[in-house]
Design a protein around this ligand. Sequence first.
Ligand code: C2E
Ligand code: CA
Ligand code: CA
Length: 640
Amino acid sequence: MTNSNNTIPPVQTALSRQIQQDFSRQKVKRLIQLLRITQIALLLVSIITIGTERYGDAITMLATGIFLFSVDWAIYKKHPVVAATIFLVSLTLMLSYLIWVGSGIRDSALLGYCSVLVFAAMLGNKRLLVVLLALMILVLGASAYVNEYGIYFNIIEPINLATGAIAIVILIVIGSAVWMLAHDYRSTLDELARENERVKTAKTHIEHMAMHDPLTGLPNRIMAQRNFDEIYQDVRAHKQLLGIIFIDLDNLKPINDSLGHQAGDQILKEVALRLLSYTKQVDRVCRYGGDEFIVFLPHIQSAEEVSQASLEILQLVSENYLYRNIEIFCTCSIGIALAPQDGDDLDTLIKKADIAMYHSKDSGRNSFRFFNPAISRNMLDHISLISGMRKALIDNQFSLHYQPKIDLQTNDICGFEALLRWHHPEQGFISPATFIPLAESSGLIIQLGEWVICEACKHAKAWYDTGLLEFAIAVNISSIQFKRGNIDTIVLGALSASGLPPQHLELELTESLLIEDSDRLVTTLSNLRAEGVHLSIDDFGTGYSNLGYLKKFEVEALKIDQSFVRKMDDQTGDAAIVRAIIQMSASLGLKTIAEGVEDASTAALLRSLGCNQAQGYYWARPMPADEVAGFIDFWRKDQG
Ligand code: C2E
Ligand code: CA
Ligand code: CA
C-alpha cells in the first residue's frame, strides 16, 4: 500500500524523536543521581580514610567531591555532555592519583574505576568511555611497570576494617549504578514495545482508511477486490455460484439538488446501514462509487436466489428515509452478474452488472435485471455513445444545420428549423434520432440543449444583422430540458448574450410535455411568451392530440408529423387526418406546418387543404449554417 507507506515514516520519526528526547532527559536525571551518590560515597570514604590517618587521600577526595558541584553548574547551563565529561574525568583523575600514590594496582580505588566505567556506559558517551579506559590502562600499566623495574614501589596497605568499609562503599555505588542501568534498559525496552504497538495501531488505522469509504465506513473498491478474492476462492472450492449485485440509487441527484448534500450523505449512510443489515457481514458490501453499492451473494445454487435477494434489497432501499423530519423517497436500480458464468474476475463481473443495471434503469428504474449478452452489445454502444457525447461537447464536434420552412401561399421562406448534427471523429455523422434519446436518458440533453439554443441565437443574430432575418429560427426543445432545467433563464440568457430580438426565436415543444400541465410549466412558458418568444408543437398527431390545452399555453403553431404527411396520397385515410388537424387548428387560430414534404403533389395537396407552411426535402434538405445566407439570397432572387 503506497498510501500507508507514505504516511507511516513521519509517524515513526515523530515517535523516535520523542523517545530520544525522553532518553536524554532520563540521562540528565541519572547524572544528577550518580553525582549525589558519588559525593556521598566520597564523603564517607574520606571520613574512613581520616580514621586511618591518610590525610592526603582524604583531602583529595573531599576536594574532588566539592569540585563535582561544577557538574551541577554545567547541567544548570544546559550542557549535559560537558557535565558528564567533568564528572567522569575528574573521578578518573582522582582515582588514578589515589592508585598511583596508594597501593597501586592492589588499591581499593581500582574498584572505583569499575564504577566510572559503568557510569560512562550509562551516560552514553562512547568516546569518553574509550578515552577513560585508555587512561586507566595507562595508569595501571605504568604502575605495574614502575614496580617491576624498581623505579617506584607502591606500599600495599594492610587489610583492615577501614579498607573493607571503603570497598563496601564503592561496591554499593557500583551496585546502585548497575541497578539503574538495568532499570533504564528495561524501561527503554518497555517504552519501545509500547511505541511499536502504537505504530502498529496507527498503521492499522491508516490501512483501514485506505480500504474503506469515509462516509459510510463500508469497504471501498480496493477492499472489495480483496474480499471478492477471498469469497470467490471459497465459492469455487464448493463449486457454487457467486452473485454480484450492482446497486445504483435512482434519485440521489435530485435529493442533493433540492435538500442539499447533507441530505444526500444521510441517505447514503442509511442505505449502507440497510445493506449491512441485509448481508450481516461487512465484507459482502462495498460502496463502489458516488451512489453505487455492490453486494456479494456467495454460495448460491441458482439465479433464483439472487432474484429473491435483489427483490429484498429493492424493498429495503425503497422504504422511506427521514431527514430533518422530511420523508424522502429513494429507489434503486439493480444489475446482476453471476460468477463464474459471466466471468471470474471482479472487473468483468462489475462491468456486466453495470450494463445490466443500465438496462434496469432503462426499463423504468426500481427494478433488477440480470446481465444478458444479447443486450450487452447494444448497451455498451449506448454507454460509449453517451461518453462520446460528453467529449463531443468539449471538442466541438456538434454543429447546427438549418432547414427552411416555406409559406405555402406566398412561396416565401418563413423560417428555419435548427437541427443538431454530430460529426463523430471515427463513426462519421450520427443521426440525432440515435443520439438525442441517449442524451435525454443520460441527462446530457440539458447541457447539449443549452449549447443548441446559444449557437442558434448566435447564428440568427448574424443573419439578423445583415437584414436577412424576416422570420424566426426554430429550435427543438426536449421535455427533459423543461423538467430538469431552468429553460426560461437559459433561453432569455442566450437571447441577451447574442442580442437577438426574442421574436426571432421559436421553440418547438413536444405534445407530451404539455400533457403534464404543471403550474411551473405554465409559468415558464408564459414568461417566454411575454418576452416575445414563439412556441409551436412538434410532431403533432403522434401524442395525445388534445387541442384543448393548446390555448392555455399560448402556442401559435402545430407541426403535423411527417408520418401523416408522407402517406397523404395513399388510401390510408391519412389525408383525412391532416385535413382534420388543419381545420381544427384554424378554428383555434393556430397556424399549421407540414413536415417531411418530399414532392410537388404533396405540397399542392397541402396548399389546397389550407395548410399554412411546409418543410421538406422537396424544397431543401437541412444545410450548414454558412450556406443559409446564400440560400436566402438565391431564393429571393428566384422568387423576385
Ligand atoms: P424533428 O424535429 O421532427 O425534425 C425533423 C426531422 O425530419 C429532421 O431529421 C429532418 O432532417 C427530417 N426531414 C426534414 N424534411 C424531410 C423530408 O422531406 N423527408 C424526410 N424523410 N425527412 C425530413 P433529423 O435532423 O435527423 O432530426 C431528427 C430528430 O432529432 C428531430 O425530429 C428532433 O426530434 C431531434 N432533434 C434534432 N435536433 C435537435 C435539437 O437540437 N434538440 C432536440 N431536443 N432534438 C433535436
Ligand atoms: Ca422539430
Ligand atoms: Ca417533427
